[in-house]
Design a protein around this ligand. Structure first.
Ligand SMILES: Cc1cc2nc3c(=O)[nH]c(=O)nc-3n(C[C@H](O)[C@H](O)[C@H](O)COP(=O)(O)OP(=O)(O)OC[C@H]3O[C@@H](n4cnc5c(N)ncnc54)[C@H](O)[C@@H]3O)c2cc1C
Ligand SMILES: C=Cc1c2[nH]c(c1C)Cc1[nH]c(c(CCC(=O)O)c1C)Cc1[nH]c(c(C)c1CCC(=O)O)Cc1[nH]c(c(C)c1C=C)C2
Length: 463
């Protein structure tokens, strides 16, 4: 009898799981249960009548590493090569990233010169931090906050300014609470294996699986820092949806409860990012009472809200060019940073003549402190905060759109939580896999790769 696999959640993780299930030679019957009226989750692009694109969630994907190549391979298989908008290595959006410190924008140092000289806002050359790292002893803790790890190895100034900002620009989170082991596993392991992160990065980096495609070779040759798609990131879930038509039954009535029946199998892709920080309880409540140990672990995975404000300034020009700028928490905790979308992807500006498109990211781990309850904060408050920041940082005035978002937070001990959930599923013999941004990486690449791996394991078990 043909097996049935249920995939819960039609974000990029769930759609990728369906894609690999449908392509398998022993494809099961696939049911996709989605709780909203559209598929794609956070890959959501608003396209205006004049052709401008505004992203609600991710706006660029990195092409590097196993996970980056894997995504480009899927993009190629879906026939999207011609839609890819690359940002090559010599583009200003690849070379220039800024920090807003002491009410001024500072370009982050790059190249040998940048490392040897003192570059503000830092008070000594970054070379000093590198030498300190090479001499620092190996850590002894099973897990550590990112801030502690970096202070111990590279010094406090780098942790306070650069790492604080980096964590806000990737996790919208606080590096004093996030786990090094779970957020940056490759760096954590480099220290364990080689004693030094720098040595580990230089000497380590074993070969991953062969996932090359013409697109990933082009990305390597042209040193792309990131890529998007002409019609916006939502083009990817749309292409997956086209592929899955007639291969998958989609139900948009969502999933109200999960029950095991004899011989049943399920791949669970929970709701991972939502407007509020309470998404994991959402999956936890679907579980039957007897799976309380799993529900408890799920409830303890936190997430933060991000106010995403898209702005378009017609006829304006930016005073600087680059990817964007980040604001460290000591400068302004509730303003995370501003992405200069029109610099990286001018093709998405639309036909209204020259314009500047920006995305202001607000809140994150500091949302409640800065704006109150994400459920009730008036959009006008976020909009005016965003416009004010653009005026103060970039001397531009005017406006458009705004949605909200959430990013899961890997706090200390996250690795134990994920291991304990896997052990529980194995011990109980539960036919379930947990995939998506709350477990093994928040990037689109991570979600796509972990969905593929879960399907491979599930199909292997069946053989
Ligand atoms: C503002 C923002 C910026 C980002 N920027 C980047 C970036 O630049 N680069 C990058 O790589 N990544 C970025 N990310 C991260 C990345 O976009 C997400 O981690 C990823 O899209 C998560 O995909 P997912 O499928 O796991 O979850 P989601 O996209 O949240 O999808 C989950 C799906 O499950 C559905 N669902 C929920 N509950 C139920 C239920 N009970 N029954 C059925 N269905 C249900 C939801 O409606 C949704 O469709 C960003 C995220 C945000 C929010
Ligand atoms: C200001 C807030 C945010 C900005 N982007 C995100 C937030 C919360 C979300 C995000 N950004 C990236 C990822 C994926 C990470 C990956 O592993 O691929 C996610 C979930 C990419 C990214 N953005 C910045 C960095 C340093 C990275 C890591 C990869 C890379 O080096 O490209 C920096 C950055 N993010 C934002 C701004 C304004 C900014 C720096 C100028 C917006």
């Amino acid at each position: 009898m043909q097996r049935t696999v249920a995939v819960v959640g039609g974000g990029i993780s769930g759609l990728t799981a369906c894609y690999h299930l449908a392509r398998s030679p022993s494809a099961p019957k696939i049911i996709l249960l989605e709780g909203s009226s559209r598929l794609g989750g956070w890959l959501h692009s608003t396209r205006t009548e004049d052709g401008a694109v505004f992203e609600h969630g991710p706006r660029g994907i990195r092409p590097v590493g196993t996970v980056g190549k894997n995504t480009l391979l899927m993009v190629s298989e879906l026939g999207l090569d011609a839609d890819v908008l690359p940002v090559p290595g010599d583009h200003p959006a690849s070379k220039n990233r800024y920090l807003y410190v002491s009410r001024a924008l500072h370009r982050l140092p790059s190249g040998i010169g940048g490392v040897l000289r003192t570059v503000p806002p830092f008070t000594r050359p970054l070379l000093w931090s590198g030498l300190r790292e090479l001499a620092a002893p190996r850590g002894t803790q099973p897990d550590e906050t990112i801030h502690r790890f970096v202070s111990r190895r590279f010094g406090k100034e780098l942790a306070d300014i650069a790492i604080d900002s980096l964590c806000r620009g990737v996790f919208a989170g606080d590096c004093r609470a996030l786990s090094m082991r779970s957020c940056f596993p490759a760096l954590f392991e480099a220290e364990q294996r080689w004693r030094s992160v720098i040595l580990g990065m230089a000497l380590g980096g074993g070969k991953g699986p062969a996932l090359d495609s013409a697109l990933s070779r082009r990305a390597r040759d042209e040193r792309w820092s990131q890529w998007s798609l002409r019609g916006g990131m939502e083009t990817l879930p749309e292409a997956l949806q086209d592929f899955l038509r007639r291969r998958v039954s989609v139900s948009s009535s969502g999933c109200a409860a999960l029950q095991l029946c004899a011989g049943g199998r399920g791949v669970w892709s929970p709701q991972l990012l939502c407007a509020e920080a309470s998404l994991f309880p959402a999956l936890a409540v679907l579980l039957p009472g007897w799976a309380e140990p799993l529900a408890q672990e799920l409830r303890s995975i936190e997430a933060v809200s991000v106010g995403v404000v898209n702005l378009q300034y017609n006829g304006a020009t930016l005073p600087i060019t680059g990817f964007g700028h980040l604001v460290p928490s000591f400068e302004d905790s509730s303003l995370l940073g501003i992405v200069y979308d029109s610099v990286a992807f001018p093709e998405q500006n639309g036909s209204c003549g020259p314009s500047v498109r920006l995305t202001v990211m607000l809140g994150g781990a500091w949302f409640e402190q800065g704006f109150g309850d994400p459920d009730t904060v008036p959009q006008a408050v976020l909009l005016s905060r965003a416009k004010e920041a653009v005026r103060a940082h970039l001397a531009l005035t005017l406006s458009l759109v705004l949605p909200q978002a959430c990013i899961p937070q890997y706090m200390l001990g996250h690795w134990q939580r994920t291991e304990s959930m896997s052990r529980y599923l194995e011990q109980e013999g539960l036919p379930l896999s947990l995939i998506g941004a709350s477990y093994q990486g928040v990037s689109v690449n991570d979600c796509i790769y972990s969905a593929k791996m879960a399907v491979t394991r599930l199909l292997d078990q069946a053989c």
